[in-house]
Design a protein around this ligand. Structure first.
Ligand code: C2E
Ligand code: MG
Ligand code: MG
Ligand code: MG
Length: 291
């Protein structure tokens, strides 16, 4: 169907029709089986604290090790997972895997907090906080090791329910971060209403901030806004050192992006973290500056 439209000169997105192709239905069944059969993987992308140069935790990003197609990025299956409800089991798997990994890192003296991305349906699971409390207890992990990243768009759908869940997560001791900040709707209302700890300035503002005065102005304003509200500000999608230095000069708390590292499988992430932060410095709460 979509192909026909394309031939007619324009592509129109029609969820009900275009999503029922045999390929699509096959993918849904494969994904359901993939979750059950342990084909999901987490890759970890670090953040660095600009004041100290030390690791400021990692973000867990899901991948699907497809039996034939190889490692698939989330862009190829998240929307499908959201539309089919499979985002719920996926989200639970992700939370459990991320908490286990954080526990494993703390066991070897690496003070690495992990951030997990949740979609709107994960937030509308009324049992989420209780599930999370049990997971943390089972792994003997501290709630503060976990950050939940949500987008403005996710919260927009059912703001009252999202607010309730985020408040209960926050009460549990989990950190809340607004992802892709500035690209959704009502950004400021969310900052006023929700128990937010961190904002992540979207890559679209960061990527050309050195050549685009307006982008730069937005980044600086978000940094100041975040700080005035007592929040940590992270810049995402930082690809060059000059931008990282400028962000440091503007007082941004931490950066994430290809300038530091691409998302890595667990063993590489462990090596990266160990090089950034020695067990001794983590144990006494001090961090070494990068050489
Ligand atoms: P996000 O949470 O904003 O994650 C950042 C994405 O930007 C990641 O892509 C990362 O690889 C990419 N990125 C990081 N630094 C740079 C950079 O310097 N330059 C460029 N060009 N890109 C950079 P990825 O892993 O493909 O994830 C894409 C999106 O998929 C994520 O955006 C997030 O919205 C979603 N996602 C990933 N994992 C999960 C998950 O477990 N659950 C849910 N619900 N969504 C997820
Ligand atoms: Mg994210
Ligand atoms: Mg992001
Ligand atoms: Mg983003």
């Amino acid at each position: 169907y979509a192909a026909k439209r394309r031939r007619a000169g324009k592509v129109v997105y029609t969820p009900g029709l275009s999503d029922c192709t045999p390929q699509r239905l096959g993918l849904v069944a494969e994904f359901r089986r993939g979750i059950e059969e342990g084909q999901l993987r987490l890759h970890y992308q670090p953040k660095v604290d600009l004041a100290t140069g030390g690791a400021a935790g990692v973000e867990a990003l899901v991948r699907w090790q497809h039996p034939r197609e190889g490692l698939m990025p989330p862009g190829r299956f998240i929307t499908m997972a959201e539309e089919t409800g499979l985002i719920r089991p996926m989200g639970l798997w992700t939370l459990e895997a991320a908490i286990r990994q954080s526990r494993a890192w703390h066991d070897v003296g690496l003070d690495a907090d992990v951030a997990v991305n949740l979609s709107v349906d994960n937030l509308h699971d009324e049992g989420l906080t209780e599930t999370l409390r049990k997971l943390l207890e089972t792994e003997q992990a501290q709630p503060g090791w976990l950050t939940i990243e949500v987008t403005e768009t996710a919260m927009m759908k059912h703001p009252k329910q999202a607010k309730r869940i985020l408040e209960s997560l926050h009460e549990l001791g989990v950190r809340i971060s607004i992802d892709d900040f500035g690209t959704g709707y009502s950004s400021l209302a969310y900052l006023k209403e929700l128990p937010v700890d961190e904002v992540k300035v979207d890559r679209s503002f960061v990527k050309d901030m050195l050549v685009d005065d307006r982008g730069a102005c937005i980044v600086r304003t978000v940094i100041d806004l975040g700080h005035n509200l007592g929040l940590k500000v992270v810049a995402e999608g930082v690809e060059d050192l000059a931008s990282a230095e400028r962000l440091a000069a503007w007082g941004c708390d931490s950066v994430q992006g290809f300038v530091l590292s691409r998302p890595m499988p667990s063993p590489e992430a462990t090596t990266w973290l160990a090089a950034r932060e020695t067990p001794a410095s983590a144990a006494c709460g001090r961090r070494h500056l990068p050489s």
